[in-house]
Structures are given as C-alpha cells and as structure tokens.
Design a protein around this ligand. Structure first.
Ligand code: SAM
Length: 159
C-alpha cells in the first residue's frame, strides 16, 4: 500500500526538510517488510486574491491528483486526535483490507477548502493548536515512521 503526503506549499531546504526526508527514509526501510511504500507530492499555493478562491483552487488540485479509490485523511486542527498506536493499527487494517492508497493532505496558509473536507474520509488533528505546515509535515512523517515500527514490532516506540 502506498502512503502519500500531499501538501500545499514547498518545504524549503533546511532542518524540517532534512528531518522529513530522514523519517520517510526510515519508514521506507521499516515499511518494506510490511508492504508499505511512501511518497511526498507538493502543490503550489494558489495566487487567487480571495482566501475562499485560494482554498477552492488548492482543493481542486489535491482532489484531482488522488489515485482512484484512495483513502483521504485531511490534516486539520478541527479533526480527531488519535494515539500513535491507534494510528498504526488503522494503517495496518486499511492495508489488510486491500486499500491501495492512503493520502494525507496538508493544507496551505488558509487551510483546506470545503470540497476537500467533504471528500476526506477522516480529519486528523495533532492537537487543537494551529501549527505551520512545515511542522505538520514533520510531525506526520515521524508518526508514519513510528507506525511502521509499531506494526513491525521494532523497539523505537515504547509505551
Ligand atoms: C497554517 S495551517 C492553516 C490554518 C488555517 N487557518 C486553518 O484554519 O486550517 C496549514 C495546514 O497545517 C495543518 N495543520 C495545522 N495545525 C494542525 C493541527 N493542529 N493538526 C493537524 N493539522 C494541522 C492543516 O493541514 C492546515 O491546513
């Protein structure tokens, strides 16, 4: 099963990018035996004048790039919080039920458009506070790596 992070906005060269790459590389190594592969796709921020137009354009781009049948998880501060173990078990059960793609979507400065929120199968929050998209990508990459260690019984995750 392919796990893809799609994000509005670029992650410039720097410490966040290095850490995201490091966690996803590790996830790739641990995930190999689990049938999991990983990718990141960046989408440009809309230059439309109004926030609702920007969000709508960004949502259209993200939805248009979804593989057929993909499970879409929107990162959203108003979403549900889950434990790392619950997150890992969800990934494992989607893989076991034959889902081919999970896509995690990180919004731009304005957040996700209405169409994307409606298309999402789940809205996932890393707490109720607002984080910059760069930090959200980093947190997500770490939790994805952590999920692979939980699913494979690797000692990285300790309760
Ligand atoms: C700077 S935030 C945008 C905040 C925007 N005002 C909103 O209402 O969503 C950029 C993106 O980071 C992600 N994000 C920020 N805080 C988050 C949180 N606590 N949990 C999950 N995702 C978050 C969301 O995907 C959001 O679209």
């Amino acid at each position: 099963m392919q796990i893809t992070i799609v994000a509005v906005g670029r992650l410039k060269a720097g410490p966040e990018r290095l850490l995201v790459e490091r966690y996803l590389e590790r996830a790739g190594q641990t995930g190999r035996g689990l049938g999991l592969t990983f990718a990141v796709r960046e989408f440009p921020e809309s230059r439309a004048g109004r926030a609702d137009e920007r969000m709508a354009q960004e949502a259209t781009a993200l939805i248009g790039a979804l593989p057929e049948g993909a499970r879409l998880v929107a990162l959203d501060e108003r979403g549900d919080t889950v434990s790392s173990d619950g997150f890992a078990q969800r990934i494992g059960s989607l893989r076991d039920s034959g889902v081919r793609d999970i896509v995690f979507a990180i919004g731009g400065a304005d957040g996700h458009g209405e169409a994307l929120r409606r298309r999402a199968d789940q809205r996932l929050a890393f707490g109720a506070m607002t984080w910059p998209h760069q930090i959200v990508r980093l947190l997500l990459a770490e939790q994805i790596y952590r999920a692979t260690t939980i699913l494979s019984g690797h000692p990285y995750h300790r309760v």
